[in-house]
Write a protein that binds this ligand. Structure first.
Ligand code: ZN
Length: 179
């Protein structure tokens, strides 16, 4: 089975637009700024053999604030800029009660089925508590980038930088293979 790294999109792969203490989700291509500093970390993890997958809650698709065509343009850009293997989107609003809107783990289980993933040896990288909760529900290890949004619930590791997270994952993977 393969192992994967799941990346929260906003705040990890693209630079968040901030309004006070909140992240504003980009709704046009102009607002979508790739986090170019993420590239070396992703290349490092790709070279280590991980499948790289982005996941994102985009309720704007349901409530009309985000056009599907605009989202597709953003994700074309994202795929060109970073070595991602796949992108999973939850298009639902909270009121829909779907199984894929994080903190529900549906995007992780869907990806595990599609890519034949060993979730116990896979990781989630995020700056938000919703990913940590979803990760825990399916046995993924949560690697949180230090941020105001990680909350006080369970997470496995909190690390101040993305390169630091990538190094930690590689060290843990090496330990696993040696065991
Ligand atoms: Zn959903």
């Amino acid at each position: 089975m393969k192992t994967a790294i799941f990346f929260e999109r906003d705040g990890i792969l693209n630079v968040p637009v901030l309004a006070g203490q909140s992240q504003i989700v980009p709704v046009t291509l102009d607002q979508f700024k790739i986090n170019k500093q993420a590239l070396p970390a992703l290349e490092h993890l790709k070279a280590a053999g991980f499948v790289l997958i982005a996941t994102t809650n985009q309720p704007g698709l349901s409530n009309g604030l985000l056009a599907r065509r605009e989202l597709d343009r953003m994700h074309d850009l994202l795929r060109r800029a970073l070595p991602l293997d796949d992108i999973f989107v939850c298009p639902h609003d909270q009121a829909d009660g779907c199984p894929c809107r994080k903190p529900e783990p549906g995007m992780f289980t869907e990806a595990a089925f599609k890519w034949q993933l060993d979730l116990e040896h896979s990781f989630v990288i995020s700056d938000k508590w919703q990913d940590a909760r979803a990760a825990r529900a399916v046995g993924l290890t949560s690697m949180m980038l230090q941020s105001p949004w990680i909350g006080s619930g369970h997470h496995d590791f909190v690390i101040p930088t993305l390169p630091g997270i990538a190094d930690k994952i590689i060290r843990m993977q090496t330990g696993h293979l040696a065991a």
